[in-house]
Structure formats: structure tokens, C-alpha cells
Ligand binder design. Structure first.
Ligand SMILES: NC(=O)c1ccc[n+]([C@@H]2O[C@H](COP(=O)([O-])OP(=O)(O)OC[C@H]3O[C@@H](n4cnc5c(N)ncnc54)[C@H](OP(=O)(O)O)[C@@H]3O)[C@@H](O)[C@H]2O)c1
Length: 261
């Protein structure tokens, strides 16, 4: 399916995990891709991996916590590939801590990493999308925005804030042809998940593999998600076929969330 041919997509946090899976799914649909992370070997390896599948791929290093790095990222991508049609906003998750152990430093570190980079990136790409009358913004969020996950107080607090921002934005830009959505993954087999399991193992003395098995068994499907399952949903929301979907948080969790909405 080449429905994204000639579309330019920027995917942040795409050297691994869900961001890389989203980049791969966009590449399969023919998008011209810019991937990004803090840089280093993992980003270079992701670029090499995508080179065989994407029409065109570039890799640009940028720390999403720094506003000026985001400005440079967007202008660098637009210089090399042209105007950005699709933004996939993703990054590293905040520290895993229970609410009773949080201090000010935790909040100060988590807010730019989990919340602020989303509006900052949106502000940079939106003027062009609105002028051209077409755009897709998809943020990778978390099922924790629907159902708080024990021990992840920062994620539980900040993910809903991102959704509140995106919902508001979606209302403001809908008539300009720009859709704004989020994908809310459940437990997915990535490096981040392994890190969380290891940190929980340290705290509780449990085995990290058992923790991951338990996380998978919390879903109705009794298994973890594979990154591809999240990437395909992101790519669908970025596609022309998703033209009447905006302001939504699409949960992709194998039935982990037990509420109605
Ligand atoms: N995996 C899950 O089960 C799950 C479930 C729900 C939500 N999520 C959320 O989804 C997001 C992605 O998770 P993941 O599992 O794919 O994690 P991951 O494998 O650790 O990937 C995180 C990506 O973000 C990049 N990154 C981290 N800090 C960055 C920074 N300051 N600036 C720029 N890039 C940065 C990393 O690249 P570099 O290290 O190269 O910079 C990497 O490409 C996270 O926010 C996570 O909390 C994950």
C-alpha cells in the first residue's frame, strides 16, 4: 500500500521501540522519512535498517527536551526533505516511580520529556500544514492515560495532560485539513519495557522475565503487544484513509483497559 507516497514524515524517538516501528510502518506506505533521537549508534542502526525499505530516509539527532533542538530538527528536515506533512511525536518515557516517592527534580525532568515536546513540535509543523490544507499529527501516548499503572506516577499524571492538549488542538485545526490523534499502547515488547521490568525487579526482588510475563497476562489477550501492532495503528491514523478521525486516543492494548471509554 503506497498511500503515503510523496508525503514527508518526521518521527521523533525513532531509534528503537515504538517510534522505530511507526517509522517502519510509514516507510511501507511509501512515506519519505526523517527519523530522530538523541543520536549515536542506535539512530545510525535504525537509519540503516530503514534504508532498505523507505523511499528516502534521513536521520537527525535532537534532544526533544530542548526547544532550540526541536527548532533545528524541523528546519533541518524541511531543508532536506521538504515541508513536513506527518508528525509522529514520540520519545522516552518518564522515570518509573510511585507517587509517594516523587520529588521536584522528577517532575522537572519528566515534564519536558513527556509533555512539553508535543506542543513545541506541533507549533513548529502546524503553520505549514494549515497553509497546505493537509496534515497528520499522531502522538504516542500510553494506556496509562485511561487506566493509571501502579508505580508509574509521572506517566499516569502527564499522559492525560498531553491528551488534553491534543484534543483542544484537534478542534482548532480540523477545518484546515489537519487531524490530531494519539495512540495509547498497552505493554509492548520494547527496550523501554525491559528497563521498567528491571527497575521493578530491583525494587521488589521479583524476576524481570516473570514481571514481563505478568504484564502481558494483564491484557485480555494474555500477551504483550509487538511494536509492529502499534506502528501499524500509527500509520493508519497518518494515512488519507483516516481523514474523518480527529481528537481521538486510540487504545492498542489487547484488552488491558477494562473501562468503557
Ligand atoms: N513499551 C511499552 O510497553 C509502552 C507502553 C505505553 C507507552 N509507552 C511509551 O511509548 C514511548 C516509547 O516507548 P518505547 O517502549 O518504544 O521506548 P524505547 O524503546 O526506550 O524508545 C524510546 C525512544 O525515544 C528516544 N529518546 C529517549 N529520550 C529522548 C530524548 N530526550 N530526546 C530524543 N529522543 C529520545 C530513544 O532514542 P535515543 O536513546 O537514541 O535518544 C528511543 O528512540 C515512551 O514514551 C513510553 O513511555 C511504551
Amino acid at each position: 500500500m503506497n498511500d503515503l507516497s510523496d508525503r514527508v514524515a518526521l518521527v521523533t524517538g525513532s531509534s528503537s521501540g515504538l517510534g522505530l516501528a511507526a517509522a517502519m510502518a510509514l516507510a511501507q506506505r511509501g512515506a519519505r522519512l526523517a527519523i530522530s533521537s538523541r543520536g549515536g549508534d542506535r539512530l545510525a542502526a535504525a537509519e540503516a535498517r530503514l534504508a532498505g525499505t523507505a523511499t528516502e530516509v534521513i536521520a537527525v539527532a535532537a534532544d526533544i527536551r530542548r526547544p532550540e533542538a526541536l527548532e533545528e530538527l524541523v528546519s533541518n528536515v524541511e531543508e532536506q526533505l521538504g515541508p513536513i506533512d506527518i508528525l509522529i511525536a514520540n520519545g522516552g518515557g518518564p522515570r518509573a516511580k510511585p507517587a509517594t516517592e516523587l520529588d521536584d527534580v522528577d517532575w522537572q525532568e519528566a515534564i519536558p520529556l513527556t509533555l512539553l515536546f508535543v506542543p513545541r513540535l506541533c507549533q513548529l509543523v502546524l503553520p505549514g500544514m494549515r497553509r497546505r490544507g493537509w496534515g497528520r499529527i499522531v502522538a504516542i501516548n500510553s494506556v496509562s492515560a485511561r487506566q493509571p499503572i501502579p508505580g508509574l506516577a509521572l506517566s499516569n499524571a502527564l499522559r492525560p495532560a498531553v491528551l488534553g492538549y491534543l484534543k483542544t488542538l484537534s478542534q482548532e485545526v480540523a477545518t484546515d485539513g489537519v487531524t490530531v490523534n494519539a495512540v495509547l499502547p498497552g505493554y509492548t515488547r520494547t527496550e523501554r519495557l525491559e528497563e521498567l521490568a528491571l527497575s521493578m525487579a530491583e525494587r521488589t526482588g521479583q524476576n524481570a522475565v516473570d514481571i514481563m510475563t505478568e504484564q502481558g497476562s494483564g491484557s485480555a489477550m494474555r500477551r504483550l503487544a509487538e511494536p509492529r501492532e502499534i506502528g501499524d495503528t500509527v500509520a493508519f491514523l497518518a494515512s488519507p484513509q483516516a481523514s474523518y478521525i480527529t481528537g481521538q486516543g486510540v487504545v492498542v492494548d489487547g484488552g488491558y483497559f477494562k473501562g468503557l471509554v
